[in-house]
Write a protein that binds this ligand. Structure first.
Ligand code: HEC
Ligand code: HEC
Ligand code: HEC
Ligand code: HEC
Ligand code: HEC
Length: 269
C-alpha cells in the first residue's frame, strides 16, 4: 500500500514537473477563471453565432494568449466591462478597416504593446516599409494567424510563403529566388534549436526529481534560451544570415548542455 502511494506521489510529481503549464489549469480550475468579469470572453464563450465568429473564439481558446490571460479587447479594442453587445463592441472595427488596430499596417503597434523587441525589429525591416507605403509585405498575422494560436512553422510552409512574392512571375514582386530556400534553412535551424532546448528542459526536470545538482547546467541553459530568443528576433528582421547563425549557435550550445546533463543523469547510456 505504502509503496503504491509513493509510486503514485512520484507519478503526480513527475507530471507536475513535466507539464507545468497544464498543472496551473488543472481540471479543478475553470479554463476561463482569469476572465471572470471580461464580457468579451464571457459572451463569446457562450455564443452560438455564425461559424466565422465562433471559430475565432475556438482559436483563441486554444492559444497561448488565453493561457496567459490576454483577452479579446487587448487586440481588438472595445469595452470588456460592458455587458451589452453594442456597448462592448464600440471601437471594435472590421479587420480591413484602415484604422482597425488589426489592419496589417497597424498590427505591429498593437502586438508591439507586449512584444516590443520583435515588433521593433520588424518595423525596421524592408517588409514593414513596403507594407506601410505600398501595402505589400507580410505582417504579424500572415505567419501567426489569428491571435498566434498557430505559426507558419514548417520549412515547406515558410518557403512557399516567401516564394509567393520573392519567386513570383508577377513583375511587380521583388524577385529574389534565393530567399525561399534560405528561409527554409533558417526555419530548420530554429526547429532543431527548439528541439534541443525542449530535450534539455526535460533533463532538468529529471534532475530535480532525482535531486542531482545541476546549478551550472541550469545557468548555461538560461544563456541558451537568451540565444534562441535573439535568433527569433533576428528572424523578425528578415536578417536571414544572422538568424541562421544564432539558431545554429543555440543548437550547438544547447547540445553541449543536453549531453552534459545526460552524462550526469544517465552515465551508462
Ligand atoms: C453580449 C454578447 C457579446 C459581447 C459582450 C461581445 N460580443 Fe463580440 N460578438 C457577439 C456576437 C453575437 C457576434 C456575431 C456578430 C453579430 O451577431 O453581431 C460578435 C462579433 C464579434 C466580432 C466580429 C466582427 C463583428 O463585429 O461582426 C468581433 C471582432 C468581436 N465580436 C469582438 C468582441 C470584443 C473584443 C468584445 C469585448 C470588448 C466583444 N466582442 C463583446 C457577441 C458579443
Ligand atoms: C493576440 C491578439 C488577438 C486576440 C487576443 C484576439 N484576437 Fe481576434 N483577431 C486578431 C487578429 C490579428 C485578427 C485578424 C487576422 C486574421 O484574420 O487572422 C483577428 C480576427 C478576428 C475575427 C475576424 C474579424 C473580421 O473582421 O474578419 C474575429 C471574429 C475575432 N478575431 C474574434 C476574437 C475573439 C472573440 C477574441 C477573444 C475570445 C479574440 N478575437 C482575441 C487578434 C486577436
Ligand atoms: C496584452 C499583451 C499581448 C498582446 C497585445 C499580444 N500578445 Fe502575444 N503573447 C503575450 C504573452 C504574455 C505571451 C506568452 C509568452 C510570453 O510571455 O512572451 C504571448 C505569446 C505569443 C507568441 C508565442 C506563442 C507560443 O506558442 O509560444 C506569439 C507568436 C505571439 N504572442 C504573437 C502575438 C501577435 C502576432 C500579436 C498581435 C496580433 C500579439 N501576440 C499580441 C501577450 C500579448
Ligand atoms: C514570416 C513569418 C513571420 C512574421 C511576418 C512574423 N513572425 Fe513571429 N515568429 C515566426 C516564427 C517562425 C517564429 C518562431 C516560432 C517558434 O520557434 O516557435 C516566431 C516567433 C514569434 C514570437 C515568439 C518569440 C519567442 O522568443 O518565443 C513572438 C512573440 C512573435 N513571433 C511575434 C510576432 C509579431 C508581433 C509579429 C509582427 C510584428 C511577427 N511575429 C511577425 C514567424 C513570423
Ligand atoms: C507579400 C509579399 C512578400 C512576402 C510574402 C515576403 N516578402 Fe520579403 N519582401 C517583400 C517586399 C515588397 C520587399 C522589399 C523589396 C525592396 O524594397 O527591395 C521584401 C524584402 C525582403 C528582404 C530584403 C531584401 C533586400 O534586398 O534587402 C528579405 C531578406 C526578405 N524580403 C525575405 C523574406 C522572407 C524570408 C520571406 C518569407 C518568410 C518573405 N520575404 C516574404 C515582399 C514579401
Amino acid at each position: 500500500m505504502l509503496k503504491k502511494l509513493i509510486l503514485l506521489a512520484t507519478i503526480i510529481a513527475a507530471g507536475i514537473m513535466l507539464f507545468p503549464s497544464q498543472s496551473t489549469f488543472s481540471s479543478s480550475q475553470d479554463a476561463l477563471a482569469t476572465f471572470r468579469g471580461n464580457s468579451c470572453v464571457t459572451c463569446h464563450s457562450r455564443s452560438n453565432a455564425q461559424l466565422q465568429v465562433t471559430s475565432r473564439y475556438a482559436e483563441w481558446h486554444m492559444s497561448v494568449h488565453r493561457e496567459k490571460g490576454v483577452g479579446c479587447e487587448k487586440c481588438h479594442g472595445g469595452d470588456a466591462t460592458a455587458q451589452e453587445q453594442a456597448k462592448a463592441h464600440a471601437g471594435v472595427l472590421a479587420v480591413n478597416a484602415p484604422n482597425s488596430r488589426l489592419h496589417p499596417k497597424n498590427l505591429t503597434q498593437t502586438c508591439g504593446t507586449c512584444h516590443q523587441e520583435i515588433a521593433n525589429t520588424f518595423t525596421e525591416s524592408k517588409h514593414f516599409q513596403n507594407l506601410k507605403s505600398a501595402g505589400l509585405g507580410p505582417s504579424c498575422s500572415t505567419c501567426h494567424e489569428h491571435m498566434a494560436s498557430n505559426v507558419i512553422y514548417t520549412p515547406e510552409q515558410t518557403s512557399t510563403l516567401c516564394a509567393s512574392c520573392h519567386d513570383s512571375t508577377n513583375a511587380l514582386m521583388p524577385k529574389r529566388p534565393e530567399i525561399p530556400g534560405r528561409a527554409a534553412e533558417v526555419m530548420q535551424s530554429i526547429r532543431r534549436a527548439n528541439m534541443v532546448v525542449m530535450w534539455a528542459d526535460r533533463l532538468v526536470d529529471d534532475a530535480h526529481i532525482k535531486k542531482v545538482d545541476i546549478t551550472a547546467e541550469e545557468k548555461e541553459m538560461n544563456a541558451v534560451r537568451t540565444m534562441r530568443a535573439d535568433a527569433k528576433i533576428s528572424w523578425h528582421a528578415f536578417n536571414l544570415d544572422v538568424a541562421r547563425k544564432k539558431a545554429d549557435a543555440t543548437f550547438e550550445e544547447g547540445t553541449k548542455v543536453k549531453d552534459a546533463l545526460r552524462k550526469k543523469l544517465y552515465p551508462n547510456q
